[in-house]
Ligand binder design. Structure first.
Ligand SMILES: Nc1ncnc2c1ncn2[C@@H]1O[C@H](COP(=O)(O)OP(=O)(O)OP(=O)(O)O)[C@@H](O)[C@H]1O
Length: 254
């Protein structure tokens, strides 16, 4: 009898949250969240308004600290203040809407970030091209449409070609062309072995975009796994509504 080779160990997730708890005032925001995001895949974090998606992103970026539980991104706890700055430079993010200097052009907005991270002008030009803002010239960001601001926020997030990209509702404000371009960009990004974590309420778009999903409700992850399980038309919406509408007690009884 020939010994079977041992199965290859599962790859370590690029992002991992274990039993993360966070309360703000009387609100239990996260109640034991477990999250695993693999490199090389587009992972969508889904949940109703107020489910805790943006809060999770803030925790991953070290902008907030959990009350308990562990979080690691690329094998390290999130950067906090000046700690682990090197790790932070490997993470690109856009959360809480576009954070841009409205008195500056798209180029100058990127230049501010480029100077902080040592990125050259050639990459700025490249990014402007990638996000479709190459022709905006000196126009100040205050005169940008919502979609242009969303494109600029994306440009800032990808400027350093980070290993991990975290985007909170990146489709907001984009026209259908912009959404299709964003989808292709994120698919290519993951195909290059990088990690992409996005939140979105647009389930139809998520079906086209994501490899894996996590569905957040009642402060925990109600489902985590491949989107392929829900790929049939209408199935993701149906499952999402089921997962997010039942209370925890009902879930256990179901
Ligand atoms: N600093 C805070 N103080 C009080 N409550 C907070 C704080 N941060 C988050 N919360 C609460 O945590 C919950 C989750 O908010 P969060 O913004 O993470 O949800 P979300 O899933 O991103 O929602 P949406 O889809 O509407 O963007 C909300 O009830 C919010 O009021």
């Amino acid at each position: 009898m020939t010994a079977q080779p041992a199965p290859a160990p599962a790859p370590q997730p690029a992002i991992r949250c274990t039993d993360v708890r966070l309360q703000r005032g009387d609100t239990v925001v996260l109640d034991g969240l477990d999250l695993h995001v693999q490199a090389g895949r587009v992972h969508a974090l889904l949940g109703r308004n107020g489910a805790g998606k943006s809060t999770t992103f803030r925790l991953l970026l070290g902008l907030m600290q959990p009350d308990s539980g562990t979080i690691d991104v690329l094998g390290q706890p999130p950067a906090s203040g000046t700690k682990n700055r090197a790790a932070l430079e490997r993470i690109g993010a856009s959360i809480d809407g576009p954070a841009i200097y409205t008195h500056l052009s798209a180029f100058d907005n990127l230049l501010v970030h480029a100077r902080l991270t040592g990125v050259g002008r050639a990459r700025i030009e490249e990014v402007l091209d990638i996000v479709g803002l190459a022709s905006t010239g000196r126009k100040r960001a205050r005169h940008f449409s919502m979609g242009m601001k969303a494109r600029l926020a994306l440009g800032i997030a990808i400027l350093t070609e980070p290993d991990v990209l975290i985007l909170d509702e990146p489709q907001n404000g984009l026209d259908p062309q912009g959404i299709a371009e964003l989808r292709q960009l994120l698919r290519d990004y993951a195909a290059a072995g990088r990690t992409v974590l996005v939140s979105s309420h647009q389930l139809g778009e998520i079906v086209q975009l994501a490899d894996d999903i996590s569905v957040l409700a009642d402060g925990v992850c109600r489902y985590e796994g491949p989107l392929a399980d829900f790929a049939a038309p209408g199935r993701l919406e149906e499952e999402f509504l089921k997962l997010t509408m039942l209370s925890a007690t009902q879930q256990e009884a179901a």
